[in-house]
Design a protein around this ligand. Structure first.
Ligand code: T5A
Length: 220
């Protein structure tokens, strides 16, 4: 049977999430979209996962840069991402949706489904149950997946001026291949929510494709 999802359509706001592997261009596109959406009328809020709240940012540090992070088992990792998400939903996302804002979130529950579920091989039952517990009944109205070959994404972030790779950026290439494939399979399962965009296109072209997907939802 085909899986089903409820949406957040009952709120006056709009919830859009951005997914994809490392270096796929999520942050770049979110930055470009903010002023464009604001020019169309609605107030926009940008947030990210893990993080986006004081508690979430502490968890982010532990997950990515904590000196004890090397010892972390996959189950702990899953629960920490979920804890950050539970806080973000209640402290930021729900209030924004109730206030009629557009909220753009850099990663959300699909990252857990793909990274911890598919790539770390935690079985789907606990992943889905914990995801559901963390988000309550909030689902994105639209999820944009920026699809790039793992090699392209990794080479982009490795050319970045900033520091050494963090804990999540040190996996072998096979891990990121699974991430990419995981997103593509997930997007096929929920075609009403997902739009997959070729992340190797020029940034301006990607922006136009995403804008075309968001526009009808702004005018709901
Ligand atoms: N994670 C997260 C989990 O395992 N489970 C979870 O539940 C969650 C929520 C988060 C890490 O945590 C994991 C996934 C991640 O490993 P992060 O620091 O937030 O870590 O990392 P990312 O989300 O992967 O962010 P990145 O900054 O690495 O990638 P972006 O945001 O996708 O890419 P961006 O926009 O910064 O662009 C990267 C570079 O590419 C260039 C940009 O200029 C930049 O230099 N670029 C392009 N170049 C050519 N063509 C284009 N179209 C380009 N678009 C961007």
């Amino acid at each position: 049977m085909k899986p089903t999802e409820s949406t957040s359509r009952r709120f006056p706001g709009l919830f859009v999430t951005f997914e994809g592997s490392e270096g796929s261009g999520k942050t770049t596109q979110i930055e470009r979209l903010v002023s464009r959406i604001e020019a169309a009328g609605p107030e926009v809020e940008v947030t990210r996962e893990p993080g986006g709240t004081e508690i979430g940012e502490e968890i982010r540090h532990l997950l990515k840069h904590g000196s004890i992070g090397k010892e972390m088992c996959p189950e702990t990792e899953l629960l920490l991402f979920a804890a950050s998400r539970a806080q973000l939903v209640r402290e930021v996302i729900l209030p924004c949706l109730e206030a009629g804002k557009v909220i753009l979130c850099d990663r959300f529950l699909d990252s857990t489904t793909v990274y911890q579920g598919v790539a770390r091989r935690i079985s789907a039952d606990p992943v889905n149950t914990i995801n559901r517990f963390a988000i309550g009944d909030i689902m994105p109205d639209l999820t944009v997946v920026l699809d790039v070959p793992a090699e392209v994404g990794l080479s982009r972030i490795r050319h970045r001026a900033s520091d050494l790779p963090d804990r999540m950026e040190q996996e072998n290439i096979g891990f990121y291949h699974k991430v990419r494939e995981g997103y593509l399979v997930l997007a096929k399962s929920f075609p009403d929510r997902f739009v997959v965009v070729d992340g190797t296109l020029p940034t301006e072209e990607i922006e136009e494709i995403i804008w075309d997907a968001i526009c009808p939802l702004l005018n709901k």
